[in-house]
Design a protein around this ligand. Sequence first.
Ligand code: URA
Length: 252
Amino acid sequence: MKQTIRLEKLLAHTGHGTRSEIKRMMKTGTVYVNGRSVKDGGIQVNPDQDQITVNGVGVRYREFIYLMLNKPQGVISATEDSRDRTVIDLLAAEYQTFEPFPVGRLDKDTEGLLLLTNDGKLAHNLLSPRKHVPKTYFAEVEGTVTDEDKNAFAAGVTLDDGYVTMPAKLVILRSGEPAAGEVSKIELTIMEGKFHQVKRMFQSVGKKVVFLKRISMGPLLLDEYLEAGSYRELTAEELKELQQANNTSGLS
Ligand code: URA
């Protein structure tokens, strides 16, 4: 990387505290750049070339973060909103400082896997309609989901705006009896991401989704140990798989 970055931003991105904590820390003269004590966090440094230490410990810079969030219901997939809490509000300050954003959207009442990153290129690729990244959802649907629905989804259904969906894979986990007030439980894998797509696909066959949770996106599987509202960084393995899939168009 040839780019320079403000020293205080670099220190924030490497977990040395909030901006105000870093300002305070800098005044104590514990931050060194190329062997010289630096008290001005506003200076530009080159993470590839400059040697930066805090209390004598070398700082290893990273530019990007990748977080897996189990999105809870009631928060919106945006970076800011005047009314509602956003997925970014769920993150600790040490992560917010990277200015991550959600890769795609889940509805306010949808739960599950949401990737948050500040890596625009990766996000762009994952969202590209040409890449056909598979996304699998678990849903509870009012009434009985049938093999006819499965065939209709495999062939493509027409949504309320006339759009015909790409072939999608429906797995019926449990077919509910409406008379008994039961819901059907299904998994649906779609290769595109139209607005409210899963709900509108079921609407097209006369059915209503009452619970929706995304459980996978490309090679990423929602970590079953992540409670709704919790998040963690992707493991090195997960990130590698995501990048490989992205580079080789293996997501298509
Ligand atoms: N499809 C929907 O209907 N809603 C979502 O949040 C995601 C997919």
